[in-house]
Design a protein around this ligand. Structure first.
Ligand code: 3NM
Length: 217
């Protein structure tokens, strides 16, 4: 349904979030973030304090409902079973989350497949497998994820763009309103953000600020 055509546009502000990242209620946080301008959403219920089992499924259903009401794609992080069970719009995995090709083949044809990459080699491999989009990180320092790779910054996006001019790309890691434009200028179609939205005092204001600052114009 949402496959490909306007994917690059839809990736412009990608909120990645689980309940463990939120200052406020996660359903309210997502609602406010979408009002503020979020265009793509990934349910990443992972790490300390995150929900598991039925609670995770229940939260996923609620967040999916918010996305559907607003026409925002709902992507599940890591958990193929959950992506199928919730009939999500797609699945996003990291480099260590299993055999990429097998996972891609397990998805339904309408489901998008995104992969986290950190350098040109990983991006080329993801492209070879036929992923719909890639995340590239970390752009900047972050405390949200402990096991990040070396920070090389937006230059990695520039390098990937030289090899893969058309692949949909988002930058991730430490992106905030004051550095988002560097990621877009390096060639990304969008920015993926956790804490600058989920930990903000005002979720919608913080989201709007990122939208304003990351505009290409
Ligand atoms: N992946 P924040 S960095 C989920 O480098 C994730 O691949 C990364 O959180 C990568 O926006 C990251 O709060 C955390 O910095 C991003």
């Amino acid at each position: 349904m949402i496959k490909q055509n306007n994917l690059k546009q839809q990736l412009s502000l990608y909120l990645v979030m689980g309940s463990q990242n939120c200052k406020y209620d996660p359903v309210e946080t997502l609602e406010k973030a979408i009002q503020g301008g979020v265009t793509f959403f990934q349910f990443r219920e992972k790490g300390e304090g995150s929900k598991t089992g039925e609670e995770k499924i229940e939260l996923g259903l609620q967040l999916k409902e918010v996305c559907y009401r607003h026409g925002v794609p709902f992507i599940v992080n890591d958990d193929l079973g959950l992506a199928i069970e919730l009939d999500a719009d797609g699945l996003h995995i990291g480099q260590e989350d299993g055999d990429m090709k097998k996972i891609k083949d397990s998805l339904k044809s309408h489901q998008l497949f995104g992969v986290s990459t950190h350098n040109v080699e990983e991006a080329l491999e993801a492209h070879r497998i036929g992923v719909d989009y890639i995340g590239v990180g970390p752009m900047f320092n972050t405390t949200t994820k402990d096991d990040i790779e070396e920070v090389r910054g937006p230059v990695v996006i520039k390098e990937i763009r030289e090899q893969l001019p058309d692949i949909p790309v988002v930058g991730i890691g430490g992106i905030k309103h004051d550095n988002a434009s560097q990621v877009i200028e390096a060639g990304a179609d969008g920015v993926a953000v956790i804490s600058d939205i989920t930990k903000a005092e005002s979720v919608d204001e913080s989201t709007k600020r990122i939208v304003e600052k990351s505009n290409r114009s």
